[in-house]
Design a protein around this ligand. Structure first.
Ligand SMILES: [Zn+2]
Length: 245
């Protein structure tokens, strides 16, 4: 166990530098991959994409400034209970095992799946880092807390941001909200609230590719290809840590 885990220090996730072991992709690129999976993504023009990403990130960022101050597991549980939410811990999602956690607006309930927590624990253990489980639960709770804030305080990201124009037969076009923007805002909120050096969405990709048995080299190559493709298609701002390839 590392020093932080023995002490059970809060916010130890914020001390982790993933690129010490894993290939990484900056948040803006991960978010484009996320938005590309939205069912209405095909109706967006390429020049709308970077702006939508920036607006969704801004939403998460602003919400974190106002609401993202709780950084302990017990403090977060108390906050959620005060909001009238219940939190339940289950082994694995019954239908979709890749689901890590869920917010149920109607039931006022957050569910966290232990299978996800153990996957992430293992990812860090492979870096010789032992993160307290409470921090890993907190990582999930903060994300779902944002979805609750969307419903109660800050408004749903996909409703607030520009929608995709879906052309139908006939004279009318439909404006459809892009649900994946909610995830982009939630990941940004979580990263900011917990002061992480990486987007929590990066963990999803690392776990996905590891689950397929890919080597670090294969993951690195895939990220590099993604980056090149994204740069050729969209006007993405290049950050300092983009220059290492
Ligand atoms: Zn979410």
């Amino acid at each position: 166990m590392n020093r932080l885990a023995e002490r059970g220090a809060r916010c130890s996730l914020s001390s982790i530098i993933l690129e010490h072991k894993y290939p990484v992709l900056p948040p803006e690129y991960l978010f484009i991959l996320e938005l590309e999976q939205d069912e209405y993504f095909p109706f967006l023009a390429a020049d709308e994409v970077p702006l939508l990403i920036r607006q969704a990130m801004q939403k998460g960022h602003t919400a974190a400034k106002q609401w993202g101050c709780e950084k302990s597991f017990s403090g977060m549980i108390n906050l959620l209970l005060k909001e009238g939410l219940t939190v339940r811990f289950k082994e694995v999602h019954g239908e979709i095992p890749s689901i890590r956690a869920e917010y149920d607006r109607k039931q006022h309930r957050i569910s966290i799946y232990r299978s996800s927590v153990s996957q992430i624990r293992q990812l860090f253990q492979d870096m010789n880092l032992s993160v307290p489980d409470k921090d890993l639960y907190l990582l999930h709770l903060v994300h779902e807390w944002f979805h609750h804030l969307e419903e109660t305080k800050v408004g749903r990201t996909d409703y607030a941001l520009p929608r995709a124009t879906v052309k139908q037969k006939g004279p009318f076009a439909l404006r459809k909200p892009l649900k994946r923007l909610r995830e982009i805002a939630a990941h940004t909120f979580t990263q900011n609230a917990l002061n992480l050096a990486w987007s929590p969405l990066l963990l999803d990709y690392l776990l996905l590719y590891r689950g397929k048995g890919w080597s670090m080299g294969q993951i690195r190559k895939t990220f590099k290809k993604d980056k090149e493709r994204i740069r050729s298609m969209y006007d993405v701002e290049q950050t300092d840590n983009d220059s290492d390839d």
